[in-house]
Structures are given as C-alpha cells and as structure tokens.
Design a protein around this ligand. Sequence first.
Ligand code: HSE
Length: 402
Amino acid sequence: MINVAILGYGTIGSGVYKIINDNNSHIARRAGEDIRVKYVLDLRDFPGDPVEEVLVHDVNVIIEDEEVDVVVEVMGGVEPAYTFVKRALEAGKSACSSNKELVAVHGAELLEIAAANKVNFFFEASVGGGIPIIRPLSECLTVDHIEEIEGIMNGTTNYILTKMEVEGADFDTVLKEAQDMGYAERNPEADIEGYDACRKIAILTSLAYEKQVDFEDIYTEGISKITTTDFDYMKKIGATIKLLGIARKDYHKTYSMVAPFVLYPDNPLYSVKDVFNAILVKGDMLGEVMFYGKGAGSLPTASAVVSDVVDIIKRRGETAKVLWSKEKRTIEGVDALTTPYFVRVKGKGLEADIKDSFGDVQFIEGDESLGETAFITKVLTGLEFEKAAEKFDIVSRIRVSD
Ligand code: HSE
C-alpha cells in the first residue's frame, strides 16, 4: 500500500484527493500497487466533507509518519511549501509539486536533495496544467538540441484574450469568470502581468538548457495594455494576440521572455483558445512538436500531479536523472531579441515620417475616428525599435511572432 499525503486542500489538492479516490483501482493497476490518501494537510476545517477523516493541521504528523511514501505539495507560494518539501525529501519520502513559484526558485536544489536521499522530486503540473511537458522535455526529447520553446502557458490570460477577441468582452467581467472557474491565481495580477507565465518559462528554459535560469532575469510584460482596438486591427490583417513565453538558444546566447505577441494563422499557437495552453518545442533534429491541453483548473492539473505519483511509485529505489544544475545561466537582455513590431502612433498623415524612421513598413487601415496610424515594422532589435519610435507618440506596440 502506498500512502500519500496531500499538502493543501484548495483547487488542485481537492482534485488530487478526488482523482486518487475515484480512479483508485485504475491508478493502482497502472502503478502496480494499491494507493490511498493517508493525510490531507490544511489550516482550514472542512465540516461535512469526507476529507475530514484524513485532515491534519500539523505537517509534523506527515513528516514523522514512516508509512507516508509520497508527499504531494499543492499549496502554492514558496514558503512554507519549500520547507515542507525539503523536510519530506530529507525524511526519505518522494515528493511532487504543482507549484511553479517553488519549482522556479528551488527546483534544481530540490532535485539535488531528492537524489542525495535516493527519492524523487517531480513537478509535471507546474507548467501547462494537465499537459505533459516536463517529462517529455527531460525524458523524451533527449536527442535534440532545443532551439526554441514558444508557449501559451497561462490559461487565465488566454481565456481573457479569447473573449476580448471573439466577444469584444469587458476585461473585468472575463477575469471574474476565469476566477470562478478556478483558473486564476489568488492574486490575479500574477496572471495578467505575466508573472505566472514567467515562472513557467523559467522552469522550461532551465530544463531545456540544463542550468538554473532565474525568473528575475526574464523580461516580463503582461496583457493589461491590450485593448479591443488592438484586436480590431488584428481582424484587418487576419492575426490574433497571445501571451507567449519564449526560450531560445543559439551557440553562445540564451534568450527568455514573456510578452504579448501578434500571431498569424501559420503559427500552430494561433488557434489555441480559451483556457487551453500549448507549448511548441523546436528541436534541431525533430523539428516542431506541440503539446496542447487544459493549462489550468482543478482536475486537469490534478491529473498531471497524480501522474507524478504513479511515476514515483513505479521508480521506487531509483532516482530519475533530471538535468537541471544549480549553476546559473545568463539570459540576454530583451533588447537583443529581434522581432517585427505592430505599432499604433497618434496622428494621421505620418506615412513618410514613419518610413523614414522605421524603414519599410506595412500600414494597416484603422477607424478614421481614432486619429492614429497603425503599421507593422520589419524585424528590429529592441534598441532599434526604441530609437525609431523616439519622435512618435506611441499608443501601443506589440511584438510580432515571425
Ligand atoms: N493561473 C494559472 C493559469 C493556473 O491561469 O494558467 C495554472 O498555473
């Protein structure tokens, strides 16, 4: 019998509890051993909920119980999650986590502690919710050099952008819907301003390029400045806007950023709508491969968490080799990343001036009453853009994925 302890009975924790109970015999067959939830840790009480039978308020009960084999951390936030997971690993228990804040900051260290204690630390659900992406990156795509990762990694913002595009919906109403469906972070700024996607691309960049990438080094821009007028322009050129996390590496340089991008239909991420996430990985031998599925929500995320539990059970006595060292990888400044830009500037009749500063551009006709000029530039570095934009009154600018 495998005894599991779940740390946190929130959106994901309750999903993990439900999946282990509802699909119990199926999971046991796949894992090769019976499995049960022995404890759920939460500060709160849940009167009338069957979880009461296994609810504890003190983590020491779990850490000190030798029968507990696997600790599932689904609390969110760096502390006390870090201390609890570290103590569990040091006590010889394997652990898994859906917590991108924890994994982005302490992933490499927790992997090291797990290896030293001959147990495992897995974190499949920390990126892409229910989508398998961590295990494919570390165990399947082992032959290729990863040239680029480009992904829609936040369900809440994709949901909001989709509603803005399709329904011209009001930002706050759609955000409330996403919160009600259990997609959004406790602090919605983490979704809207791209902080959540930033942690996720930090994890993927670290895994793809095998050294610690600090999320603080990743340029991050959210979607709070995107308006329905931007989407009106997109309709004219048959494009859309998505919040992307990007990681790239050439021989000497590594790039990583989070920002809204204009996408054309030839990009496979173009048609990823609502809460769905997708991660496009480009390998030097394989070419492109895309991972697609629900990136948020209780059961999809919990499904990925429980898949870690099954993997832990199957690997008892062996530590999986995950290449992610604590050595820091330097990320190039955002100015080094080259893209075309979609630009709106205040004023009409500026075509000659715009061409003079930006070179060849593609003008987009807009609503006359806006009193502005919109266009798409050629590929520019960040610095080239800033220099060309100096003498204009910029209403908005969004990078274009090429
Ligand atoms: N708030 C996150 C999202 C949850 O919307 O994608 C999953 O990490």
